[in-house]
Design a protein around this ligand. Structure first.
Ligand code: HEC
Ligand SMILES: [Cu+2]
Length: 339
């Protein structure tokens, strides 16, 4: 008996350590990264509720099975290596009951999942349409009814549903903003629909969720949820053609831009630059980040980016263009003025 108690105490100690490690790890998650368990949208909440429901059922099953297992291991362990315990074969009543219980549990989980899917899949009729295109390794957002094209930062009004049509320009990506619920594959040649709505103003982080090449992990996005009035202001500013450079350095930057390869890859509305390979830069100065959320949009970071994009984002489809420091300073002045 003393030996059993000793062994049980040993296991209890290991069990505590085993619980502590994931505990500490999960706390880390909650503090730093966006979590599906901190939803701010009706859809996200429905999904989080479903998660907890399934988690409680499966946690109950886990505790029950492990308790019985520990009990059996302790209670029926070999005390005397020389005696063979009585050999029995099966127990029909037990087997039928645990099979039935498992099937019923799965049926309940299926029904709840079905209910959540049915309640959250169709976008509300008045949802604002936005076309989302995944590119290696950035996101393009087009608002067809507003005539706006931007990149990496989706700006939406608080409390209003948005219908996203998700596609890709190259390989398969996946659009995912955990706190707003849902995740949708971006597949070349196909348009998938996902809708979202944010009930709290703020900035929500997202990430490409489908391995899409070397800089997959650097393919981030932000959803900026703003008040209706701020959204109207943003829309007006975005619809305007690009600002004319006033300052001499910015004017020089304009000349550099228009005389280099930049024009082949980037569009700046109202100028000869009409390339479609990279992000639309008409209002790049109004974005808070560049390079798909990798860098804060500051003059220093813009200069670093222009000097050597692949050094910041491995595999970047914007190559190193061999610009001189003077050209870079002029370009930074011009691009920062494009609010
Ligand atoms: C071969 C095509 C190509 C050329 C040429 C090119 N770019 Fe780019 N550029 C891209 C691509 C692709 C991206 C997106 C990179 C990413 O985030 O992965 C980009 C990103 C950028 C960004 C960041 C935009 C944002 O919102 O994240 C800036 C600024 C920029 N380019 C400016 C320039 C300037 C200035 C030039 C000319 C000196 C230039 N680019 C030349 C393809 C190009
Ligand atoms: Cu991707």
């Amino acid at each position: 008996m003393a030996r059993i108690r000793g062994a049980a105490r040993g296991w209890a100690r290991w069990g505590a350590v085993g619980l502590l490690i994931p505990g500490v790890w999960l706390t880390g998650c909650a503090a730093q990264s966006p979590s599906i368990l901190a939803p701010v949208s009706p859809k996200g909440r429905a999904e989080a509720e479903l998660f907890w429901f399934i988690f409680l059922i499966t946690a109950g099953v886990f505790v029950l099975v492990e308790t019985l297992l520990l009990y059996a291991v302790l209670r029926f362990r070999a005390r005397d290596p020389h005696t063979v315990p009585p050999q029995i074969h099966g127990n029909n009543a037990l087997e039928i009951s645990w099979t039935t219980a498992t099937a019923l549990g799965l049926a309940v989980i299926f029904a709840m999942t079905w209910r959540t899917m049915a309640a959250t899949s169709a976008p509300p009729a008045d949802a604002m349409p936005v076309k989302v295109t995944g590119h290696q390794w950035w996101w393009e957002f087009e608002y067809p009814t507003l005539g706006i094209t931007t990149a990496n930062e989706l700006v939406i009004p608080v409390g209003r549903p948005v219908r996203l049509t998700v596609t890709s320009a190259d390989v398969i990506h996946s659009f995912w903003v955990p706190q707003l619920g849902g995740k949708m594959d971006a597949i070349p040649g196909r348009e998938n629909t996902l809708w979202l709505q944010a009930d709290v103003e703020g900035v929500y982080h997202g990430q490409c969720a489908e391995l899409c090449g070397v800089s997959h992990a650097n393919m981030r996005l932000r959803v900026r949820v703003v008040s209706d009035a701020d959204f109207q202001r943003w829309v007006e500013a975005q619809r305007a053609p690009a600002a004319q450079p006033v300052e001499p350095l910015a004017q020089q930057g304009y000349q550099v831009f228009m005389s280099k390869a930049c024009v082949g890859c980037h569009t700046i509305n109202g100028t000869p630059a009409q390339g479609k390979v990279g992000p639309n830069l008409t209002h790049v100065g109004s974005r808070t980040t560049i390079a798909a959320g990798l860098l804060e949009n500051t003059p220093e970071n813009l200069a670093r980016w222009l000097d050597n994009p692949p050094a910041i984002k491995p595999g970047s489809l914007m190559p190193r263009l061999g610009l001189t420091p003077e050209e870079i300073q002029a370009l930074v002045a011009y691009l920062s003025s494009l609010k």
